[in-house]
Design a protein around this ligand. Sequence first.
Ligand SMILES: [Zn+2]
Length: 212
Amino acid sequence: MVDDRALTALRGHDSELAQAAAALAIGGVADPWQVPLGDADRRLLALHRSATGRDLEVTVTCASCGTVNTAVLAPSTVPPWEPRSVWWGPGCGLREPVLADLADLPSTGAALELLRRCAVGPLPLDAEPSAVELVDTTLAGPLVVSCVDCGTSIEAPVDVEPLVLAALFRRLDAVDVEVHLLAEAYGWDLATIEALPGDRRARFASIVAEGR
Ligand SMILES: [Zn+2]
């Protein structure tokens, strides 16, 4: 289980990319900027489980019957990451982007620059920026589920990286509320409260909240 205090490292970063790198580091990755994007998404799902005790859930409302369906996104429910590359010729091809490849992309021509960064050997003259999609193993795109009630196939756009980061920030906010409740109710200092195991802190905080 990842300690809540470790998660506070996320707050030191403004960009989503830097937050993702920090999250991977919290999850134990030694060189997060060199992690392929598809691998990173699976690792973030594992971190979500480790930090919150549950898997990431996405709700999708059925347009036909209005039923709210819940899809669980976990390392065990998504296709495993497998390295992917494109072979263009001898000594020439395309590798999957790593986190560092997304850093400081220009606002115009970003797709072409990403293609250049991921090219192995010389870039063919006729290479299209869209070729990067061939090496995309991220968990971003439409999620298709069958409605549990009427069976209609429904689609929802899902992007695991921002979803996990948002969930981790919600977790941090919830911990702040718990700490505040305990400090107010018992007069304990921050160090004492933060030294409590997360489940005990949450339990005490819920007792305080119930007593209000
Ligand atoms: Zn339905």
